[in-house]
Design a protein around this ligand. Structure first.
Ligand code: HEC
Length: 136
Protein backbone atom coordinates (compact mmCIF):
# COMPACT_ATOMS: atom_id res chain seq x y z
CA UNK A 1 0.00 0.00 0.00
CA UNK A 2 1.21 3.39 -0.90
CA UNK A 3 1.35 5.91 1.76
CA UNK A 4 0.10 9.23 0.81
CA UNK A 5 2.15 11.96 2.17
CA UNK A 6 0.23 15.03 2.50
CA UNK A 7 2.49 17.95 2.46
CA UNK A 8 1.05 20.96 4.03
CA UNK A 9 1.36 23.73 1.62
CA UNK A 10 1.95 27.04 3.06
CA UNK A 11 0.12 29.37 0.91
CA UNK A 12 1.60 32.76 0.90
CA UNK A 13 -1.43 34.75 1.61
CA UNK A 14 -2.32 37.81 -0.29
CA UNK A 15 -3.94 39.11 2.81
CA UNK A 16 -1.02 41.41 3.37
CA UNK A 17 -2.11 43.40 0.38
CA UNK A 18 -5.33 44.19 2.19
CA UNK A 19 -3.93 44.32 5.70
CA UNK A 20 -4.07 47.50 7.66
CA UNK A 21 -0.54 48.84 7.61
CA UNK A 22 1.24 51.34 9.73
CA UNK A 23 1.30 53.71 6.75
CA UNK A 24 -2.49 53.39 6.46
CA UNK A 25 -2.90 54.16 10.11
CA UNK A 26 -0.63 57.17 10.03
CA UNK A 27 -2.60 58.46 7.09
CA UNK A 28 -5.88 57.91 8.93
CA UNK A 29 -4.50 59.69 11.97
CA UNK A 30 -3.51 62.68 9.87
CA UNK A 31 -6.96 62.71 8.31
CA UNK A 32 -8.56 62.75 11.73
CA UNK A 33 -6.26 65.51 12.96
CA UNK A 34 -7.26 67.55 9.90
CA UNK A 35 -10.93 66.75 10.52
CA UNK A 36 -10.64 67.98 14.10
CA UNK A 37 -9.07 71.21 12.86
CA UNK A 38 -11.82 71.62 10.29
CA UNK A 39 -14.49 71.16 12.94
CA UNK A 40 -12.85 73.81 15.06
CA UNK A 41 -12.68 76.15 12.08
CA UNK A 42 -16.38 75.52 11.54
CA UNK A 43 -17.04 76.52 15.14
CA UNK A 44 -15.14 79.77 14.81
CA UNK A 45 -16.71 80.74 11.50
CA UNK A 46 -20.09 79.50 12.66
CA UNK A 47 -20.24 77.40 9.53
CA UNK A 48 -22.35 74.25 9.80
CA UNK A 49 -21.16 72.82 6.47
CA UNK A 50 -17.53 72.88 7.57
CA UNK A 51 -18.45 71.25 10.87
CA UNK A 52 -20.47 68.59 9.07
CA UNK A 53 -17.67 67.83 6.63
CA UNK A 54 -15.20 67.44 9.45
CA UNK A 55 -17.56 65.20 11.41
CA UNK A 56 -18.12 63.02 8.38
CA UNK A 57 -14.40 62.59 7.72
CA UNK A 58 -13.86 61.80 11.37
CA UNK A 59 -16.64 59.20 11.41
CA UNK A 60 -15.49 57.60 8.17
CA UNK A 61 -11.91 57.40 9.36
CA UNK A 62 -12.17 56.32 12.99
CA UNK A 63 -13.98 53.13 11.98
CA UNK A 64 -10.90 52.08 10.02
CA UNK A 65 -8.46 52.48 12.90
CA UNK A 66 -7.26 49.19 14.32
CA UNK A 67 -4.11 47.40 15.36
CA UNK A 68 -1.80 46.68 12.46
CA UNK A 69 -0.77 43.18 11.40
CA UNK A 70 2.52 43.06 13.26
CA UNK A 71 0.78 44.03 16.47
CA UNK A 72 -1.90 41.39 16.11
CA UNK A 73 0.72 38.75 15.39
CA UNK A 74 2.87 39.75 18.30
CA UNK A 75 2.72 36.88 20.76
CA UNK A 76 4.48 38.59 23.58
CA UNK A 77 1.66 38.96 26.02
CA UNK A 78 2.73 42.23 27.51
CA UNK A 79 3.40 43.80 24.15
CA UNK A 80 0.12 42.46 22.95
CA UNK A 81 -1.69 43.97 25.84
CA UNK A 82 -0.08 47.30 25.16
CA UNK A 83 -0.43 47.42 21.44
CA UNK A 84 -3.42 45.34 20.75
CA UNK A 85 -5.89 46.28 23.37
CA UNK A 86 -8.71 45.71 20.96
CA UNK A 87 -11.43 45.96 23.54
CA UNK A 88 -10.26 49.36 24.60
CA UNK A 89 -9.72 50.45 21.03
CA UNK A 90 -13.26 49.51 20.16
CA UNK A 91 -14.64 51.32 23.17
CA UNK A 92 -12.74 54.48 22.27
CA UNK A 93 -13.84 54.24 18.65
CA UNK A 94 -17.45 53.91 19.71
CA UNK A 95 -17.18 56.95 21.93
CA UNK A 96 -15.55 59.05 19.21
CA UNK A 97 -18.27 58.07 16.75
CA UNK A 98 -20.98 58.94 19.27
CA UNK A 99 -19.43 62.28 20.18
CA UNK A 100 -18.90 63.16 16.53
CA UNK A 101 -22.63 62.70 16.03
CA UNK A 102 -23.26 64.86 19.09
CA UNK A 103 -21.13 67.67 17.65
CA UNK A 104 -23.21 67.76 14.51
CA UNK A 105 -26.53 67.55 16.32
CA UNK A 106 -25.74 70.22 18.89
CA UNK A 107 -24.22 72.59 16.39
CA UNK A 108 -27.14 72.12 14.07
CA UNK A 109 -29.51 72.79 16.95
CA UNK A 110 -27.73 76.09 17.63
CA UNK A 111 -25.93 74.92 20.74
CA UNK A 112 -22.22 75.44 20.05
CA UNK A 113 -21.42 75.13 23.74
CA UNK A 114 -22.58 71.55 23.85
CA UNK A 115 -20.93 70.91 20.50
CA UNK A 116 -17.65 72.16 21.91
CA UNK A 117 -18.04 69.88 24.90
CA UNK A 118 -18.49 66.88 22.63
CA UNK A 119 -15.46 68.06 20.67
CA UNK A 120 -13.27 68.17 23.74
CA UNK A 121 -14.50 64.71 24.76
CA UNK A 122 -13.22 63.44 21.41
CA UNK A 123 -9.85 65.05 22.04
CA UNK A 124 -9.76 63.21 25.35
CA UNK A 125 -10.43 59.92 23.60
CA UNK A 126 -7.71 60.56 21.02
CA UNK A 127 -5.24 61.20 23.80
CA UNK A 128 -6.52 58.28 25.84
CA UNK A 129 -5.49 55.93 23.10
CA UNK A 130 -2.21 57.68 22.51
CA UNK A 131 -1.32 57.66 26.19
CA UNK A 132 -2.63 54.24 27.19
CA UNK A 133 -1.91 52.25 24.08
CA UNK A 134 0.99 54.13 22.61
CA UNK A 135 2.49 55.37 25.86
CA UNK A 136 2.89 58.74 24.26
C1 HEC B 1 -7.21 53.34 18.96
C2 HEC B 1 -6.09 54.14 19.17
C3 HEC B 1 -6.04 55.54 18.62
C4 HEC B 1 -7.02 56.48 18.61
C5 HEC B 1 -8.43 56.37 19.12
C6 HEC B 1 -6.44 57.66 18.03
N1 HEC B 1 -5.15 57.43 17.68
FE1 HEC B 1 -3.89 58.76 16.77
N2 HEC B 1 -2.44 57.37 16.78
C7 HEC B 1 -2.59 56.06 17.20
C8 HEC B 1 -1.40 55.33 16.89
C9 HEC B 1 -1.19 53.85 17.19
C10 HEC B 1 -0.53 56.22 16.28
C11 HEC B 1 0.87 55.93 15.74
C12 HEC B 1 0.76 55.59 14.30
C13 HEC B 1 1.91 54.78 13.91
O1 HEC B 1 3.03 55.33 13.86
O2 HEC B 1 1.73 53.58 13.69
C14 HEC B 1 -1.21 57.50 16.22
C15 HEC B 1 -0.69 58.67 15.67
C16 HEC B 1 -1.36 59.86 15.51
C17 HEC B 1 -0.84 61.04 14.87
C18 HEC B 1 0.57 61.22 14.29
C19 HEC B 1 0.53 60.74 12.85
C20 HEC B 1 1.87 60.93 12.18
O3 HEC B 1 1.93 61.71 11.22
O4 HEC B 1 2.84 60.30 12.62
C21 HEC B 1 -1.83 61.98 14.88
C22 HEC B 1 -1.77 63.38 14.31
C23 HEC B 1 -2.98 61.38 15.52
N3 HEC B 1 -2.64 60.09 15.89
C24 HEC B 1 -4.18 62.00 15.70
C25 HEC B 1 -5.29 61.41 16.29
C26 HEC B 1 -6.56 62.07 16.48
C27 HEC B 1 -6.88 63.50 16.06
C28 HEC B 1 -7.37 61.19 17.09
C29 HEC B 1 -8.81 61.35 17.53
C30 HEC B 1 -9.76 61.85 16.64
C31 HEC B 1 -6.62 59.97 17.27
N4 HEC B 1 -5.36 60.16 16.79
C32 HEC B 1 -7.13 58.84 17.85
C33 HEC B 1 -3.65 55.51 17.84
C34 HEC B 1 -4.86 56.14 18.03
Amino acid sequence: MKKLLIVPVIIVSFASAKAYTQADRIQDMQKMAQAMQDIQTGFFYNNLDIVKDGVKTLEDTIIKVRPIKSEIENTDIYEKWLNNSLKMTNKIKKKITQKAKDIKEHFEAGDPKQALQAYSKITQQCLKCHVNIRKW
